[in-house]
Design a protein around this ligand. Structure first.
Ligand SMILES: [Zn+2]
Length: 55
């Protein structure tokens, strides 16, 4: 899987509402900072599956 935001291979896949999005390490951290502000992170703990992908 490829990162949703750049051409790097995804380190992490995030699934939400049936949509799977791949994120590289740096984009994942960047999104996390934004999501904390949105309150999305609270949802995330409950219903988000975060899978670590092997390269
Ligand atoms: Zn990326």
């Amino acid at each position: 899987m490829q990162c949703h935001y750049c051409d790097d291979p995804a380190d992490i896949s995030v699934e939400r509402g049936g949509v799977k999005v791949g994120l590289c390490g740096s984009h994942f951290r960047r999104r996390m900072d934004e999501l904390k502000n949105d309150g999305w992170l609270d949802d995330l703990k409950d219903d988000l599956q975060t899978d670590r992908l092997d390269r």
